[in-house]
Design a protein around this ligand. Sequence first.
Ligand code: AMP
Ligand code: MG
Length: 296
Amino acid sequence: MGTLVEIAAYPDTNRVRTAVAEAYERMEAIEAATDHREEDSVLAALRRGERVTLSGDLRAAFASAMMIARESSGAFDPTMGKVVSLWGFDMDTPRLPLEQELRNSLKTVGFEKVTLAGSIIKADSPVWLDLGGVAKGYAVDEAVKVLKEQGASAGIVNAGGDLKAFGKKPGGKRWRIGVQAPDDHQELAGVLEITNGAVATSGDYERYFETGGKRYHHILDPGTGYPARSGLRSVTIVAFDCLLADALSTAIFVMGPEKGLELLKGRDGVHAVLVLETGEVLTTGGVGSEVGFERR
Ligand code: AMP
Ligand code: MG
């Protein structure tokens, strides 16, 4: 998943140590299931137009991605695979695609052209899935399940800032989660305090390259195929599940502050911290009350 994963769990017993090892294994299995780079992966077969049966993990991640795609009217779209691969953000060497290449690749994009029937994906033409917007969140949630099932009373699974925490730490303190400032890895825009729940961030500083004096980042607008420019530098979502936080943060980054906040209305237990291009930090109602927040 292109990131460092850290797991901490309590109490420090042999059983819980084994649980931590199993949680890593569970995440590796999900990474393999949702992989699209290897030619022998299910997603590679799908884009060659082969009929494939989805594993339980792939089905779950895809179904959730499709739900967020519908709810965000396609600002989040798991069928962006061909466009993502043109930019190479999923590889080590990103590059600026030609306009013509982008136009052609955009023809393969459109979650509404794809349906899930049982464990089969149905579409009229090959489907280029990229589950990079949900896989990390899903893997974090599943790792937490393993820890809890194996007797951990508290813990945190952190996949490069997309994380889920549960239970009381020794000493009973809440989990403190830093929200990074966009331009300085050492600086924080604020600190969240949560008890049980997940946090995920999408930011334009996470993966990007510069060419011709311009910056290009990895969160793409499905309407244009170019990096989304919606007035935001980062979106941090607090939710019970990391998958939801992960997908919503990407969707809202694309939608921008106004439409993005609209998407959050009526979702109990879901909160947001938005860092705008102007440097302003916007928070939803529950931030500072339902979840703790200190501005920096
Ligand atoms: P995140 O860092 O969680 O915001 O996820 C970004 C990743 O999701 C990218 O690296 C792509 O693999 C994929 N992605 C980029 N743009 C979109 C989009 N508009 N909808 C769904 N997935 C996307
Ligand atoms: Mg995300």
